[in-house]
Design a protein around this ligand. Sequence first.
Ligand SMILES: *Cc1c(COP(=O)(O)O)cnc(C)c1O
Length: 240
Amino acid sequence: MSTLSPMTNSSNSMAERIAEIRNRIALACARAGRDPAEVTLLPVSKTFEVPAIREAIALGFTRFGENRMQEVAQKAPLLADCGVQWVVIGHLQTNKAKEVAKFAHELQSLDRLDLAEALERRLQQEGRAIDVLVQVKTSPEETKSGLEPTELFEFLRKLTSYQTLRVRGLMTMAVLSDDTQAVRACFSQLKQLQERARQEAIEGIALDRLSMGMSGDFEIAIEEGSTEIRVGSAIFGSRG
Ligand SMILES: *Cc1c(COP(=O)(O)O)cnc(C)c1O
């Protein structure tokens, strides 16, 4: 009865899990000669309940990643007292633009013009503007969404005409694979696209941010230039 529980992720407290992630961020930054202050940790709370989000809020987080608008619409009123900023990271159907305009602080999965169009209309109705990242498909997997890299520059130019969408950077999901070289190639492709897009110097578009890296691959993403990692299970536990 007196056996010590092993120090696995699930037996540690959330504060300990976050401290461990911060430590891994610092080590990855040291390997890459980067300042850890350049890398933001975005907790991804999808599928986790409000009490777990409150625990993370108590640890200092205000932005939370979610991938389904239905879930944001349920959670947002329950956390209205906390000043949470909801960051939408999942593939969005165009008919969800209205919910995004109501609840989202930021959208990281903008990948097509009809969605931009719908968001512009709904955001104007709400009298709001939001930050957006353009999601790029860097993985060969059919299931991954995002804009084709070859379409990026033209897409960015078109986005400059949408007043309610403040384009801040790029986002990607790497291939799900044990082959770290294949994962790294996805992240380095996004970094190269950022550099080339900056050379194009599209007016009104800064592209300072690169959202890449999740629980399983964030160290590689940081080594390749990520400015924001989206971490769910390593903070909140397994989604089962
Ligand atoms: C779920 C999700 C994450 C977080 O995944 P974990 O493996 O739990 O860290 C990050 N980005 C996107 C787009 C997601 O859908």
